[in-house]
Unconditional design. Structure first.
Lengths: 277, 270
């Protein structure tokens, strides 16, 4: 029996395998020093607002979903958590005015919505928390044309323009609220037919739960967004490490336990179909 | 009359020859690796810090991706462009050394000979584009199987159009040396004016864009077909489109049909 010589694809296959292996090895090179810097300092700085329940609370025994998550991430990365509470976060609708700097924060949490607008400035890693416009009324639906609706927009950056356009289209009268307390008062006293606010603002209201029901507004008005941890653009290695940690938490059930502890797994009623559509 | 099976085997033979010649050539393979390494590793990582935010909101680069993610699809197109257009060298080589004459006197129609050659060149160019996909992890681009399949399909059609363009060029250039210079004067301007390394912000109006960039540059970007090829791949790989999403595939398929038809006319006359 004679040897037929090397297979005709052997040389080609070898060349392709060599360059593919080289590129594969290169893909594991760190593109920046963000994680290395954090490890050198031993500290992970996370900026949060003073209050954004249930993501950030004032209760040290239950500091909030994002606060506990940040602590677990820091521990998993072998770092010490430095929680920088900055009153500027959420004070203004425009995040530019929060004046957050790289020196203050490695990660921004407690009210970062995973929107295109946020992703223009930050890289985001979504968490299980979800936000969007919710309605609150006695009937579990929005009133018919002519009714008055109390509106408290909140600071998560939901689309106010789409909401006001929808309210006008429905023939509803909007009454702007200045604080959660004012919205609470309007709803509990029944001076308005319904209220609309952001999901986590609604969750923090002290409402008469026997008389009032909370429900999502239809996503055609404004889509719901996942809340997220925000990292500076370009901090790839830190982002990868945090993303791997979040994945680990998903698999090990840590995320599920935290969600349950802060009631993020509680269902909010879906909107009833709109007869005027 | 030659049977379709025999004709298809002829196309396969021409295709296989192109594949073998390209993949056995270590120089070509190294070229296919060095470009993405230079562009992503050196330019991408080098410029990445200049496109990141230092103060929340205080950044001019407001597209919702990192610079490496933005650059990644463009580097795939660059690799395809180089390999496809350089394919003309193979046509010039075959013409210079008489292989083309031998093939042209065979019973195979010229259109099928051309098809085999262009398919071969396109396959090699797509392979070079696919090599860049291995660097997706480095650029922080997460890809699903569907995204990969769609990207590979589009990359093949783009490679088909550009390889046909290479054949058209080969008909007009007589020497290897001339083609080397000529191809660079075509590839690099096409690449740099395709919004590959800088974004035209889709959120801006025409007037606002014209205040960020001179109007002649915006015009060049908008009339450059490679702009739409890069945009189509960005749409698939990172979900970012600067133009309506259908423009990219339409331009890529249009280029493939028009350039192949023109290449066929040239090839039939040669």
């Amino acid at each position: 029996m004679t040897w037929a010589g090397p297979h005709r694809w052997l040389q080609a296959g070898l060349n392709i395998a060599i360059v593919a292996a080289l590129l594969f090895a290169v893909s594991y090179l760190p593109p920046d020093t963000s994680l290395q810097d954090r490890r050198r300092d031993g500290v992970l700085k996370v900026c949060v607002p003073p209050l954004y329940p249930p993501l950030i609370t004032a209760d040290p025994s239950r500091p909030g979903f994002d606060a506990e998550l940040a602590d677990a991430i820091a521990k998993n990365l072998g770092l010490k958590l430095a929680l920088n509470v900055l009153p500027s976060i959420g004070k203004d609708f425009n995040p530019r005015n929060w004046s957050l700097t790289r020196a203050q924060c490695d990660i921004i949490a407690g009210g970062v919505a995973d929107t295109v607008q946020t992703r223009s400035f930050l890289q985001t890693l979504p968490t299980p928390a979800e936000t969007g416009w919710v309605g609150i009324s006695a009937t579990g639906a929005m009133p018919t044309s002519g009714g008055t609706v109390a509106i408290l927009p909140g600071t998560a950056g939901l689309d106010r323009l789409a909401l006001s356009t929808w309210l006008r289209k429905q023939g509803l009268r909007a009454q702007l609220m200045r604080s959660p307390a004012e919205l609470e008062q309007a709803l509990n006293s029944g001076t308005v037919a319904a209220g609309i606010t952001e999901r986590f603002v609604a969750a923090s209201l002290r409402l008469d739960t026997n008389a009032l029901t909370m429900f999502w507004l239809d996503e055609s008005i404004s889509p719901r967004f996942r809340m997220a941890l925000g990292l500076w653009k370009g901090d790839q290695t830190l982002k990868r490490a945090v993303a791997d940690t979040l994945e680990l938490f998903e698999k090990s059930g840590v995320m599920l336990r935290l969600s349950a502890r802060y009631g993020l797994d509680k269902d909010i009623a879906e909107p009833v179909s709109d007869p005027q559509k | 009359m030659t049977s379709p099976i025999v004709l298809l085997r002829g196309v396969y033979g021409v295709w296989l020859r192109e594949i073998m010649r390209a993949t056995r050539d270590r120089g070509q393979m190294i070229g296919g690796v060095s470009r993405p390494l230079i562009w992503l590793l050196i330019l991408g990582v080098g410029l990445n810090p200049y496109f990141r935010g230092e103060v929340f909101g205080e950044v001019r680069y407001v597209i919702p991706y990192t610079y490496l993610q933005f650059l990644f699809p463009a580097v795939i197109v660059l690799n395809i462009m180089y390999t496809s257009i350089q394919f003309a060298v193979s046509v010039i080589w075959d013409r210079e050394f008489g292989f083309l004459r031998e093939v042209l006197v065979s019973p195979m129609p010229r259109s099928l000979i051309l098809l085999g050659k262009v398919l071969g060149g396109s396959t090699v160019a797509m392979l070079h584009g696919a090599l860049v996909l291995i660097l997706a992890r480095f650029a922080d681009v997460t890809l699903s199987i569907e995204q990969m399949a769609m990207a590979l399909g589009l990359m093949f059609v783009l490679a088909f159009g550009l390889t046909s363009f290479g054949v058209i060029l080969a008909g007009r250039v007589r020497s290897f040396e001339g083609f080397g210079v000529f191809s660079n004067t075509i590839i690099l301007p096409l690449y740099f004016t395709s919004s590959s390394v800088f974004p035209l912000d889709p959120a801006l109006t025409r007037t606002q864009t014209a205040t960020a960039y001179p109007e002649w540059l915006v015009f060049m970007v908008q009339v450059n077909p490679i702009t739409y090829a890069v945009d189509a791949l960005r749409g698939i790989l990172i979900g970012f489109n600067q133009f309506p999403p259908l423009y990219g595939p339409a331009v890529i398929f249009g280029m493939a049909i028009v350039f192949f038809a023109l290449a066929l006319i040239d090839f039939s006359r040669s």
